[in-house]
Design a binder for this molecule. Structure first.
Ligand code: VG1
Ligand code: CO
Length: 542
């Protein structure tokens, strides 16, 4: 029944920061998704008879590619596929299912925070048996394979009914359609004190969660409204739509403007949050206060012992390099190691597996722990709620207390989206070329103390990742980082990360924009942003 179909390679199937992401139209080319999935299977070893997990964020093309992947998994010899009903599994839920059922790995269909729909983006990511994104040695092998692939394997069977829970056979392989929420919700109940959060909410604490018409809707309805007793209407935009209602499912001030307006408006709730397309990001907003993801990581690390799942404390904290140093100060106070990794969750997997880190985070609204091997949006929301339920203080009070104790890392990321790729490459290569001569130069009142192009050696397996972002470190402790995005699908996105530290005795209530003004000017002077991109302003500031 297995058929081998001849195919010709595509030359652009290089996975980026988080899987292969392309326009839907690119994925719709005959053989495009099949070639990539077969390239993944071709570089893996030992999965005969094993379990593969399948799910996605519900975006346009999700169901079709799920059916394709089921046929190909059967043809390639997997013994069982676990698929979320409706083809749905959030990224952290998929990670949990892989771990819980001892799967060999999983395919997650998502382009995460990128928009969806026929003219927008689609993506495929492979996760390994620890539940985490495949490391670079696997993604490099997949790319190499995709350049020479000449056939893919499939079986001729009708579509599986993804909307009915239960088991069916496809050839020798079993398909189990599972509830996408149940296992995940059960894990959250193990980690957090649902009773304490329930009584916080019952006492009149009000929250608002924006699921952005993306995958977290069903999870948030079940956990926040049904299990924790928040009133109906707490979750807004809670029905996943193939085009996310035409919006970017990216939780930030620009794309979650509705939530910001609510949290900064009259009669604002006590706590607001949002997640992204595939449910792995979190945005935290208190009444009249936005918590930067870097600060959120630091506050969660400092307080996570208040949640039952982490009562034993932390072994270490890990953050991506562009993430602010706020968490470093917490690590120092707790006397645990701090790991600084390149951008992307795949670099945290080894640290978590080795028990070196308990909590990890990125400035891009991603936080997670050793409970799975992905960042986890609702997990971060629940940890915040657990902390609030114990401390019984406002988000603003918790932040003020944190800054008074550790100091404040003023922080912003400026994104220049849709820049012409050649111009972006020129900017980066000129910047890299001039790095040495910058040391000692002054920009405004700041003198450059050191520069480098970030390089990471994995402490567990010794693998080295180079050219992960240019760092300009000032004598004042301020920092500017430049790198190009690895998740975009058209042109290039330049990311400029700006950070300035004020110690506990410094000014802790500057407006962020004002605090970073000098650094913004320095960034342009150093990298020629206006000159190369032709842009006067960033597209998005987060
Ligand atoms: C971005 C973020 C990075 C994150 C990645 C995937 O990558 O900066 O921190 O891990 O997206 O997140 P880049 O290469 O565009 O900067 V998700 O939620 O889109 O899977
Ligand atoms: Co995501």
């Amino acid at each position: 029944m297995t058929r081998s179909i001849a195919t010709t390679p595509f030359d652009d199937q290089k996975p980026g920061t988080s899987g292969l992401r392309k326009k839907v139209r690119v994925f719709q080319q005959p053989g495009y998704a099949k070639n990539f999935i077969q390239s993944v299977f071709d570089v893996l070893d030992g999965f005969a008879g094993q379990t593969l997990v399948l799910g996605g964020d519900g975006r346009f093309l999700n169901r079709e590619v799920i059916q394709t992947a089921i046929r190909m998994a059967a043809a390639n010899g997997f013994g069982r596929v676990l698929v979320g009903s409706g083809g749905i599994l959030s990224t952290p839920a998929a990670s949990n299912v892989i771990r819980k059922y001892g799967a060999f790995g999983g395919l997650i269909l998502s382009a995460s925070h990128n928009p969806g729909g026929p003219d927008e983006d689609f993506g495929i990511k492979y996760n390994i048996s620890n539940g985490g994104p495949a490391p670079e040695k696997v993604t490099d092998a997949v790319y190499a394979r995709s350049k020479v692939i000449d056939r893919y394997l499939t079986v001729d069977v009708p579509d599986v009914d993804l909307d009915r829970l239960g088991s069916t056979q496809v050839g020798d392989m079993t398909i189990e359609v599972i509830d996408p929420v149940e296992d995940y919700a059960a894990l959250m109940e193990e980690l957090f004190d649902f009773g304490a959060i329930r009584s916080l909410i019952a006492g009149g604490f009000r929250l608002s969660f924006d699921a952005m018409h993306a995958v977290t809707g069903p999870y948030a309805h079940e956990i926040l409204e049904r299990r924790l007793g928040a009133p109906e209407g707490t979750v807004v935009n809670g029905t996943p739509l193939p085009d996310f209602g035409g919006h970017h499912p990216d939780p930030n001030a620009v794309h979650a403007a509705e939530l910001f307006a609510r949290m900064f408006g009259a009669d604002a709730p006590d706590f607001g949050a949002a997640s992204d397309g595939d449910g792995d990001r979190n945005l935290i907003v208190g009444r009249n206060i936005f918590v930067t993801p870097s600060d959120s990581l630091a506050v969660l690390a400092a307080n996570m012992g208040l949640a039952p799942g982490y009562a034993g404390g932390l072994t270490g904290i890990a953050r991506s390099m562009p993430t602010s140093g706020a968490a470093d100060r917490v690590a120092r106070a707790l006397n645990v190691p701090l790991f600084e990794t390149p951008t992307g969750w795949k670099f945290f997997g080894n640290l978590l597996d080795a028990g070196l880190a308990t909590i990890c985070g990125e400035e891009s609204a991603g936080t997670g722990s050793n409970h799975v091997r992905e960042k986890d949006g609702l997990w971060a929301v629940l940890l915040w709620l657990n902390i609030l339920a114990v401390r019984r203080e406002s988000v603003a009070a918790i932040m003020a207390d944190h800054w008074a104790r550790y100091g404040r890392n003023y922080y912003a990321r400026h994104d220049y989206e849709g820049v012409e790729s050649d111009a972006a490459d020129r900017l980066m290569s000129e910047l890299r070329g001039g790095l040495d001569s910058l040391v000692g130069q002054s920009f405004g009142s700041s003198i450059v103390a050191a520069t480098d192009d970030f390089e990471y050696t994995d402490p567990v397996d010794g693998s080295v990742s180079r050219a992960q972002g240019v760092r300009i470190l000032f004598e004042t402790g301020s920092r500017i980082v430049f790198r190009l995005s690895g998740t975009g699908t058209s042109g290039a996105t330049l990311r400029v990360y700006l950070e300035r530290f004020e110690g506990p005795q410094g000014v802790l209530d500057y407006d962020v924009g004002t605090a970073l003004e000098d650094l913004v000017e320095a960034a342009d002077a150093i990298a020629g942003i206006r000159h190369h991109t032709g842009r006067e302003q960033p597209t998005v500031i987060t």
